[in-house]
Write a protein that binds this ligand. Structure first.
Ligand code: HBI
Ligand code: FE
Length: 305
């Protein structure tokens, strides 16, 4: 998600250093002392309380109700097949199905992990899922990823073969991008695709970004609010665009297909970084002459915000 930095002073127990976004006011939650060197940890499924399963079930019910006609079809159908509406999913169980479908697996992590560890897991087709669930007070908004965001938002599309390959290509690209500036470009790409991406379909624009899908109110806003810009995907344009982490997005990028996404990022794009360093960056919400703007998105069936 956003740029983050390690806080070595927060090393807990004998595990790995804890990790948080930017200069966080409070230490990250999650027990980093039990994590392995690759930042993965066991999901102790038996330890979730009745109240946590119940909260997850209500989150699922609340969010799914807002998505018909708004989320892309691949997301809707994969999520339904997952049968994960009633309780916090068991990562090992789901991994069995996911391995058969796209050769991905889910691994538990204590929360945010450093970029390199994150990229390495993706390059190995292992998707990190935070093992803890948000508090009741965070039902509608949470800053850092929890198991609801990670699972509900990200796992369904890992069943899509092309999207699954894109995620691995992204991880491999990340491992190669060892310069600090390049990390920023990769963070923008992740943000505007995996987290906040829209896709153009014959029925109209649809959502595939996990950050929108797991949010209570951004789905309707992202597609139909007149304020944000919806711009055709262009790799360099995306990598040059800053983003905001504190509010709804001002810009969404629209892909035509997951193939387009994969094809744009599968080649070695490390050479782009020298070009990008010479180009101006765009603020969120800014538009430029060469942008393909999507106007007048046809309103979908659900008006719930
Ligand atoms: N760690 N658990 C977790 N989940 C993320 O989405 C994540 C992360 N660490 C780094 C990170 N995202 C971002 O900086 C990406 O842009 C790479
Ligand atoms: Fe996410």
């Amino acid at each position: 998600m956003s740029t983050a930095k390690t806080s070595p002073s927060q090393k807990l127990g004998s595990g790995v250093p804890a990790y948080s976004y930017g200069a966080s006011l409070r230490p990250p939650r999650g027990n980093y002392s039990i994590a392995q060197a690759d930042y993965t940890c066991e999901q102790v499924w038996e330890a979730y309380s009745h109240a946590e399963h119940d909260r997850y079930r209500r989150l699922y019910k609340d969010r799914i109700a807002k998505l018909p006609g708004l989320a892309c079809e691949a997301f809707i159908s994969s999520l339904a097949a997952l049968d994960a509406s009633e309780q916090i999913p068991n990562l090992k169980q789901v991994s069995g199905n996911l391995r058969n479908a796209t050769a991905w697996e889910l691994v538990g992590v204590p929360g945010l992990i450093p970029e390199t560890a994150f990229f390495k897991l993706l390059s190995e087709r292992r998707f990190p899922i935070t093992t803890w669930l948000r508090e009741e007070a965070e039902f509608n908004y949470i800053v850092e990823p929890d198991i609801f965001h990670d699972f509900f938002g990200h796992v369904p599309l890992l069943f899509n073969p092309v999207f699954a390959d894109y995620m691995q290509a992204y991880g491999r690209g990340g491992l190669k991008a060892d310069r600090l500036q390049a990390l920023e470009y990769l963070a923008r790409l992740y943000w505007y695709t995996v987290e906040f991406g829209l896709i153009n379909t014959p029925q109209g624009l649809r959502i595939y970004g996990a950050g929108i899908l797991s949010s209570g109110s951004e789905p309707y806003y992202s597609l139909f609010d007149p304020k944000p810009k919806r711009i055709g995907f262009d790799l360099k344009r995306v990598m040059s665009t800053r983003y905001r982490i504190d509010d709804f997005q001002n810009t969404y990028f629209v892909i035509d297909s997951f193939d387009q996404l994969f094809e744009a990022t599968a080649p070695d794009f490390t050479h782009l970084y020298t070009q990008l360093a010479q180009l101006p960056t765009f603020s969120a919400g800014e538009i430029t002459k060469t942008d393909k703007i999507f106007h007048n998105n046809v309103e979908g069936p659900s008006k719930k915000g």
